[in-house]
Design a protein around this ligand. Structure first.
Ligand code: NAP
Length: 267
């Protein structure tokens, strides 16, 4: 048998053996469940509002009537609810806590590094393996080559289930054993993202006040974005190297910008 065909068969058979439950089928949880179903995993879903989980049944998912049923049905439990308080509301129950023993829990809910560490301790106390992840993508990226998810926690638990993680996105990475690392990097990357999004609102307001067509703003931003990407990368690199003073390699120093842009903003 050709090696590639054999590898595909092996991947398929491993996928068929694993049962996965997705707890929380909002926008993101539904996308995670759809990606698992597309890759042939036996998938059980549970959602507080059951109607939101039901469309997944037409794709082959089993809709559990309770969290306990979902946990019992799977070897791996993926959690994706609003926040860690919601995770605790769902899983911190005596029957669920005892059912979770021996399973792998993958927490993909957004949270803080501290929340991830606390969570890792709770699952360790209850005999479960635990990986904590940060999804750096919107639901339409899940299951695609460009889907990025950062995972922290025991490397061995990630490696043993890499095939499943690949089903969720082509760019799923283990970034360290310390459980809070994925959420820490998430906070850092979201700071960049929100800065850009709030900046966009400001750019729209300036354009509208000056009767600049928003299509023109979009076109000019496409041309300017690579320059901004370069400046962001440069700032990170300079900080890493401790090069804070302006020198020959400086692309753009802040002093002329403060003078020029404060006059733009305040005039
Ligand atoms: P969403 O569509 O609003 O779904 C929220 C989910 O959390 C629903 O399943 C909801 O259940 C459940 N939930 C909330 N409180 C609960 C509670 N106390 N008990 C049980 N279930 C509860 O949000 P989402 O976009 O899927 O986001 C889910 C997580 O993914 C968040 O942590 C978010 O930050 C993260 N994330 C999302 C995106 C994105 O682009 N959407 C990107 C990266 C990360 P009900 O249906 O019953 O309300």
């Amino acid at each position: 048998m050709a090696p590639l065909a054999y590898r595909r068969l092996l991947a398929w058979s491993v996928a068929m053996k694993l049962s996965i439950s997705v707890v929380g089928t909002g926008r993101m949880g539904s996308a995670l469940a759809r990606a698992l179903l597309r890759s042939g995993y036996r998938t059980t879903v549970w959602n507080r509002t059951k109607q939101k989980a039901e469309p997944l049944a037409t794709l082959g998912a089993t809709v559990a009537g309770s969290v306990l049923e979902a946990v019992n049905a799977a070897e791996i439990v993926i959690v994706n609810v609003s926040d860690y308080q919601a995770t605790a509301a769902v899983l911190h129950d005596d029957a669920v806590a005892s059912a979770i023993r021996g399973k792998l829990v993958v927490e993909l809910t957004s949270g803080t590094p501290h929340g991830a560490r606390e969570s890792a301790e709770w699952f360790a106390e209850h005999g479960a393996s635990y990986l904590d992840g940060a999804i750096m993508a919107t639901p339409d990226f899940i299951g695609t080559d460009a889907g990025t998810i950062l995972i922290s926690g025991p490397r061995q638990a990630f490696d043993a289930n890499e095939e499943m993680f690949r089903a969720l996105g082509g760019n799923v990475q283990h970034i360290g054993e310390e459980p809070g690392r994925a959420n820490a990097l998430d906070s850092a990357l979201l700071a960049l993202m929100w800065g850009a999004l709030f900046g966009t609102l400001h750019a729209i307001a300036v354009s509208q006040a000056e009767e600049i067509d928003l299509g023109e703003l979009a076109r000019q931003w496409t041309a300017t974005a690579p320059v901004v990407d370069g400046l962001v990368a440069d700032l990170i690199k300079r900080t890493d190297a401790g090069r804070f003073a302006s020198d020959d390699e400086t692309l753009s120093s802040i002093s002329p910008r403060i003078t020029a842009h404060s006059s733009i903003f305040w005039s």
